[in-house]
Ligand binder design. Sequence first.
Ligand SMILES: Nc1ncnc2c1ncn2[C@@H]1O[C@H](COP(=O)(O)OP(=O)(O)OP(=O)(O)O)[C@@H](O)[C@H]1O
Ligand SMILES: [Mg+2]
Length: 244
Amino acid sequence: MSRPDSVATPIVALDEVHLRLDSAAGPVNILRGLNLRVDAGERVGVVGPSGSGKSTMMMVMAGLERPTGGSVRVADQDLGALDEDGLARFRRDHVGIVFQAFHLVPTMTALENVAIPLEFAGAADAFDRAREGLVAVGLGHRLTHYPGQLSGGEQQRVALARAFVAEPSLLLADEPTGNLDIDTGSTIVELLFDLAERRGTTLVLITHDPALAERCDRTVRLMDGRIADDGHAARAERVRVAGD
Ligand SMILES: Nc1ncnc2c1ncn2[C@@H]1O[C@H](COP(=O)(O)OP(=O)(O)OP(=O)(O)O)[C@@H](O)[C@H]1O
Ligand SMILES: [Mg+2]
């Protein structure tokens, strides 16, 4: 990977992204001039102190939060130019999201939870593909269980299956193992990397675990709503050492 960044087409391009929210205590500047490029197929770990803006950056990339300044391009779309319907279509077509707290619909079975994004997309084979997705994460025997009848690790596997089922080009994961014990967490991590690898999915993975960030192609560090380190120098050094 010796191509200069200017040549590769980024799947994510954040330029001078600002997000300022008005809270009861006055305005809060959450993102303060964020610049980041992620290439297609790249796996990027995102680290940084609590409150540095990691989850907010993910919401901006997913078009779930509109920045108050700067531009966001994802999968060749300028998110600022899309209205709410456009953003919903953009997410449906391009983005999978895994939240720390699973975010499954409690009144739907595992199968229904995974089938939802496909049904929204009008896929006739939504349930067949959802079943395949659940089998791929080892939950073929839990299709008709409700989230409340599943363990934490199983719920997170359903959430992974749901995030991957529409074959997104970009998968955003916010501390996907944060609520799980170490063994279950590492199973989820293996599944995540394995699914991403098989489908060539670009991965943006927020984590507090340095070992997990290490597994990515590079690690981006946020500090105070800005990128303190985009990981390119460290990555170039790793590539150089590996080539010696
Ligand atoms: N709706 C809001 N109104 C005001 N401030 C907010 C709001 N949402 C987030 N913040 C603030 O923005 C900052 C960044 O929050 P964010 O959730 O992105 O941090 P984070 O890096 O993901 O932290 P953690 O590692 O704890 O998950 C925090 O200081 C938070 O208090
Ligand atoms: Mg967070």
